[in-house]
Write a protein that binds this ligand. Structure first.
Ligand SMILES: C[S@@+](CC[C@H](N)C(=O)[O-])C[C@H]1O[C@@H](n2cnc3c(N)ncnc32)[C@H](O)[C@@H]1O
Length: 351
């Protein structure tokens, strides 16, 4: 005699019926849904009341039947859940709580030395947790050098570093072994892009593969000059221009942002300076690039301890360069190390 109570519905309406059962508090999560060619059996925890049955009937022919359904296995929701029972509790406590997913690649920021002997298990666990992921990478050193590229080790999956990352409906091709890219800046890029108006000229001084530039050009008819020192970043930026439907124009320029200051003197309504390790030393270049009447600077810096207070140190440098300076916004974008944060400043500046 079948023992599990369920609702039998046409397969076509399976999902709306499931959602309705969920809303009515009838859906039984302890059993698995069974699908046949033309119908679906959805487990329920009790018989529906007449008014509930009436609500379900609106979606087509519905029957309450008994069937034998499989027990739903509780799928682990995080890394600790996957490795529970495989690693001792003191190691489970050291597992990373967060990591980046860039396209189909997972990137771990770091691992404690205790976890080093378990790198392969951790990699495999992350692949199990994210079925779409093909590679798991571990950063093995700080993001360094002019190109801001980290050293990476493959923990699991195919040895590859290139992928296409999707963000707010945009596609960015990246090669994590050759260029800088952080998915954690997605909402920051969207926020900046949303503040740009049609007709503006923007200079993205440290553009990388172009996520800021492209996000802006997708939203508005702006002209964006995108400068980067790293030739690989500029090649990927050119591909990303082709990959995305843009309203505005993105002009890739490969080289040192300082060297383009002559070519770009006085053109910009807005300058983006996402090179937090040394952006302050490029403020003089930004002042040359901005229009004579002034403009917005989106400046990114690293700040310790009390990030929003320490970020104001920027005025020491900026006061010497600009006559008029107004900080219109200041946010912590992401933590970068213990007691160190990346901070964004939106500054109106004129000479
Ligand atoms: C932190 S990354 C930011 C990239 C991009 N804006 C993003 O959000 O993904 C900084 C970029 O600045 C570039 N860079 C470093 N020094 C530079 C310079 N002097 N002129 C132009 N680009 C530079 C690096 O190659 C790197 O791609």
């Amino acid at each position: 005699m079948p023992k599990d109570l369920c609702v039998k519905a046409e397969r076509m309406v399976g999902e709306p019926v499931r959602r309705t059962l969920l809303r009515l508090g009838l859906f039984d999560r302890s059993r698995r849904i069974k699908t046949t060619d033309d119908s679906v059996l959805i487990p329920i925890s009790r018989r529906p009341k007449p008014e509930e049955r009436a609500a379900l009937k609106k979606m087509g022919s519905i029957k309450v039947v008994s069937a034998d359904l499989l027990v739903a296995s509780a799928r682990p929701k995080d890394l600790t859940g996957v490795l529970d029972g495989k690693l001792p509790p003191y190691l489970l406590a050291q597992l990373p709580r967060s990591y980046d997913v860039v396209g189909d690649i997972v990137v771990l920021e770091s691992l404690s030395t205790d976890l080093f002997p378990h790198k392969a298990e951790i990699g495999a666990a992350l692949m199990a947790l994210h079925p779409g992921v093909k590679t798991v990478l571990l950063k093995t050193g700080k993001v360094e050098g002019e190109f801001r590229v980290p050293r990476l080790e493959v923990l699991a999956g195919r040895e590859r570093f290139d992928t296409v990352h999707t963000e707010y409906g945009m596609r960015f091709k990246v090669d994590l072994s050759k260029v800088y890219f952080s998915p954690r800046l997605g909402s920051e890029r969207y926020r900046v892009a949303s503040s740009v108006s049609d007709g503006e000229t923007v200079v993205d001084m440290f553009a990388g593969v172009g996520p800021f530039s492209l996000m802006i050009a997708k939203h508005v008819k702006a002209k964006v000059y995108s400068v980067d020192l790293n030739p690989d970043a500029i090649e990927l930026l050119k591909e990303n221009i082709r990959l995305n439907k843009l309203r505005g124009e993105v002009i890739p320029l490969c080289g040192d942002a300082r060297e383009f200051s002559k070519q770009l003197t006085g053109v910009a309504d807005r300058v983006i300076m996402n090179l937090p390790a040394s952006s302050l030393s490029f403020l003089d270049t930004a002042s040359e690039i901005l229009k004579s009447g002034g403009g917005m600077i989106h400046l990114y810096i690293f700040a310790p301890d009390e990030p929003l207070i320490n970020a104001e140190n920027f005025t020491e440098v900026a006061d010497k360069l600009f006559k008029c300076l107004e900080i219109r916004g200041m946010r912590v974008v992401k933590p970068v190390a213990p007691k160190e944060w990346q901070v964004a400043l939106d500054v109106w500046a004129s000479k």
